[in-house]
Write a protein that binds this ligand. Structure first.
Ligand code: LHQ
Length: 264
């Protein structure tokens, strides 16, 4: 299968599995990834998701050999409408990942190029192996950053560095990506899987609804003024305050015991 799924405890791990093509996205892989995220979202036993790649790459982005997107240069033949592919595959996938009811960790195990890079950067926590790298490959083939790249890059690293990455399309090493605030963490390659798993297990034991509302609050705050952000925090806090996990968190603290969170 082009996507491997496994579960340990409450952590569902999805592994892109087209290693011979550096896990480039075909429509089949894009559809399976979206379906697997739907399944994880609908399965109450899942409290965190890890996404990673098989082999030496995370993902080389869109599979450029896919007949669906290869340009046709025949006379009178229009080039393929690749916007269609975004509408039907990449946009639903990116929205699915960003609205998961559980935290999503991306363990970037090697090169992440084009849509592969931006899909990773849209996840909640991006942890990279030291030999991983990020390439905004779009400009080199005459395209703009997609899969959220325009929105994510400008917010993560600011206009100057976003444009440097997107215009030049140079390979950015994991350590540099970390230094500029593009990703959360870099670890030795041999520690990547275990670090991602341990981080996911920790998140899985935490108050899931609060974690997901934190992601949503941060996303919404980007578009709000200060006062409206304060008010959104109050609305969320008021809802979370009635939830089991808040009662449990407070009780456990006061009773000096470990909390048992269960909201999702
Ligand atoms: C690949 C790919 C690949 C197919 C490596 N496809 N086979 C675009 C269009 C339409 C709509 C939606 O949105 C998008 C968004 C995008 O994602 S655009 C960006 C697409 N990706 C790229 O332009 C990256 C292309 N790949 C590369 O630049 C290199 O492969 C990188 C830098 C990722 C890795 O370089 P190397 O480590 O030197 O590996 P390699 O180039 O030798 O690749 C290994 C194999 O993987 C090779 O196949 P082969 O049969 O010769 O062993 C490549 O053809 C294949 N492969 N990327 N995107």
């Amino acid at each position: 299968s082009v996507l491997l799924t496994r579960q340990e405890g409450a952590v569902r791990t999805l592994t892109l599995n087209r290693p011979a093509a550096l896990n480039a996205f075909t429509t089949q892989l894009l559809a399976q990834l979206r379906l697997a995220l739907d399944e994880a979202a609908n399965d109450a036993s899942v409290r965190a998701v890890v996404i990673t790649g098989a082999g030496r790459a995370f993902s080389a982005g869109q599979d450029l050999s896919d007949p669906l997107i290869k340009p046709e240069f025949g006379e009178g033949k229009p080039a393929k409408d690749i916007g269609h592919l975004l509408d039907h595959y990449y946009i639903p996938l990116a929205l699915r990942a960003r609205s998961m009811p559980v935290p999503v960790i991306c363990a970037v195990n090697g090169v992440a190029a084009g849509a592969g890079a931006n899909f990773a950067l849209g996840c909640d926590l991006v942890i990279a192996g030291q030999s991983a790298s990020f390439i905004q490959a779009f400009s080199k083939i005459g395209l703009v950053p997609d899969c959220g790249g325009t929105w994510l890059l400008t917010r993560l690293v600011g206009r100057a560095r976003a444009l440097q990455l997107a215009l030049l399309g140079d390979k950015l090493a994991a350590a540099d990506a970390h230094a500029m605030g593009l990703i959360a963490r870099v670890v030795p390659d041999e520690d990547l899987a275990a670090t991602a798993q341990a981080t996911a297990l920790k998140l899985a034991s935490m108050p899931t609804r609060a974690l997901v509302e934190t992601r949503r609050a941060f996303d919404e705050a980007m578009e709000l003024n200060y006062e409206d952000a304060l008010k959104l925090e109050a609305v969320m806090q008021s809802q979370l305050g009635f939830a089991h996990d808040y009662q449990e968190g407070c009780s456990a603290f006061l009773e000096k015991r470990a909390p048992q969170f269960k909201d999702r």
